[in-house]
Design a binder for this molecule. Structure first.
Ligand code: NAP
Length: 558
């Protein structure tokens, strides 16, 4: 109803052209931004089925007064001949995804490379930024003076003496898009200094990524692609603009032959995209071993098989959702001149995450982490804040067996305990893993045809606290993710020992040299924790209240 009242005779129209576009997230991004920034505009999808008529579609949109368009597959290059003007880097990339109305027609921009850069920097990736390099990036200037995105993209990272990255743009007045504000964080993230990049793919996303590498001063790039000729053609195009870059080209089947000791991998193929979620672009263990960090442009699913390999090795890897968000925000700012604040960006991100997860994952939050990380205390506090139920897998096991955890370890060994743990987890997934609790299922069935019914069914969940070693079994990691969104409470060995120094209950902690024991166990489990985590929250030096708040923000519950 509100939406209907908002749209009137003076409402400006924006949209997306492509085919097929039935599952696009762009209307959600732009209509949410319009509502948050109080702009009198509406955004919708215009499928263009006949590729021969893309020029007609653009002329028709212009004649009808459409103020701006996004362009998606398969038209990112096809629209170029019909533009009145084109931004220099979009011309070099050879693809545009944003059309801005001018007097004579549309001007084309590429905001994918801005989105990717912003997404990486917001995770702590630090590029070389050779002297003068960012200034040389003339391409970023069209946004200058009116865009928080530009400010952030240009100067975001500031590495201080303690080797953490601080957010320069976290302006107190909220007038620029702050990187950490995006996720509701007020945190410093560990920096990852990148010198070498490996791109997987040579299509539209890879082109944007390759040119982004040039704009941030990177000198060493390898492009892996199934079709080597396409990779070579991309390398030539990048070298024309950035002649100092050393670019190697390899067939995807030679991924293990990438020459760098370590590198940032940017996955730009369709491999692993829903519904083909079992596929992976390469299985080379040599390749994965050398990855410093990885970005997968795919965001559905959130964790592809490619990212799972990266996480399994305890490395940081991110899905494409922030690239999607930031390219959308950059387009919105080009069109409207409105500066999107960090809070608004965070709100759109929450909507996107919610939309992505709707119907696929349950609402439940599952806390995982090493002993002493506070899973039970934080689980209880979080459930209270959310008005949800709290369950603890260790407590459920104690109730079901009538024995303490130590007794089970003594009587049946660790293996026996792990078997009981897996059964417990499987039972929980069977009962609560579908996204609704039993009582909500009943409510949802009775009024699912109403909006409020759908929202109510989607809103509630259960907070699960889990045992510290539950992630050791591969089947448990899959079950945890079926049970809900997994939040890893990340703790250092020092904090574990400080918190549990005198503990005499936990079987695995007993004996001499506790610090050594904790370090060994923690490093053995680290890969498994990261493999199943959707969200990682560092807990050292933080009170339960602060951790609870951070979890709520990071899981879009606030
Ligand atoms: P594209 O232009 O069609 O390029 C597809 C790429 O994937 C090509 O390099 C192609 O290799 C490779 N590929 C496809 N199937 C393959 C297979 N079975 N084995 C090996 N390689 C294969 O597509 P795009 O526009 O670059 O998009 C690529 C992905 O990025 C999509 O999943 C898209 O959703 C995502 N994306 C995300 C964002 C974001 O905002 N997060 C933005 C843009 C794109 P060949 O050259 O050999 O055919």
């Amino acid at each position: 109803m509100e939406e209907a009242k908002r749209i009137g005779g003076t409402t400006k129209v924006y949209g997306l052209i492509g085919h097929p576009i039935g599952h696009t997230f762009s209307p959600l991004i732009h209509n949410t931004l319009a509502s948050l920034t109080d702009a009198n505009l509406v955004y919708t999808a215009f499928p263009v089925e006949d590729s021969a008529r893309i020029g007609d579609a653009m002329n028709g949109a212009f004649a009808l007064g459409v103020q701006g368009l996004n362009v998606t597959v398969p038209y990112k290059s096809a629209v170029i001949p019909f533009l009145a003007d084109i931004d220099p880097i979009a011309r070099e990339i050879g693809a545009v995804n944003t059309l801005v109305r001018t007097e004579n027609g549309y001007k084309g921009y590429n905001t994918d490379y801005i989105g990717l850069r912003q997404a990486l920097e917001s995770e702590g990736v630090v590029f070389p930024y050779a002297e003068g390099e960012t200034e040389k990036a003339e391409y970023l200037k069209p946004l200058a003076g009116r865009s928080g995105v530009n400010a952030a993209a240009d100067t975001a990272r500031d590495v201080s003496n303690d080797n953490t990255v601080h957010d320069k743009n976290a302006a107190a007045d909220g007038t620029t898009v702050s990187l950490s504000q995006l996720r509701g964080e007020n945190l410093s993230v560990r920096p990852i200094h990148v010198r070498n990049v490996v791109l997987i793919g040579a299509g539209g996303a890879a082109r944007a990524a390759g040119f982004m590498c040039g704009t941030v001063g990177l000198r060493h790039l390898t492009i892996l692609n199934r079709t080597v000729e396409k990779a070579q053609s991309l390398a030539n195009d990048i070298n024309r603009v950035f002649p100092d870059m050393e670019i190697r080209v390899l067939p995807l089947s030679d991924a293990g032959r990438v020459g760098y000791e370590e590198f940032l991998a940017i996955q730009c193929t369709n491999v692993g995209l829903y519904p083909h979620t079992d596929e992976i672009p390469t299985t080379s263990t040599t390749f994965y071993r050398r990855i410093q960090a990885a970005y997968d442009c795919i965001y559905n699913p959130e964790e592809t098989q490619f990212l799972a390999q990266v996480h399994r090795r305890g490395k940081r890897g991110w899905c494409g959702i922030d690239m999607l968000l930031w390219q959308g925000i950059a387009a919105y700012q080009y069109w409207t001149g409105i500066t999107v604040t960090g809070e608004q960006a965070a709100a759109v991100r929450s909507e996107l995450v919610g939309f992505l997860q709707n119907g696929k994952r349950s609402n439940n939050i599952v806390l995982a982490g090493f002993m002493g990380s506070g899973k039970s205390t934080i689980g209880e506090a979080l459930a209270k804040r959310l008005g949800w139920q709290h369950m603890d897998t260790d407590e459920l096991i104690v109730q079901a067996t009538g024995k303490t955890i130590s007794q089970i370890f003594r009587d049946e060994g660790e293996e026996g305990f792990r078997t009981i743990e897996t059964k417990t987890l499987q039972n929980l997934v069977d009962a609560y893993g579908s996204g609704e609790t039993a009582s909500e299922k009943a409510t949802a069935t009775s009024d699912a045809h109403t909006d409020s019914g759908k929202r109510k069914a989607g809103a509630k969940g259960i907070v699960f606290s889990t045992g510290g070693g539950i992630v050791l079994q591969p089947e448990n990691r899959a079950l945890l993710r079926k049970l809900g969104r997994v939040v890893l409470l990340d703790i250092s060995a020092e904090t574990v020992v400080a918190r549990l120094g005198r503990d005499h209950q936990r079987p695995l902690l007993q004996g001499p040299d506790r610090m050594k024991k904790v370090r060994t166990l923690l490093s053995r489990r680290q890969g498994a924790y990261h493999e199943c985590a959707d969200v990682t929250v560092e807990v050292d030096d933080k009170s339960p209240d602060v951790v609870v708040k951070e979890i709520m923000e990071r899981t879009g519950r606030q």
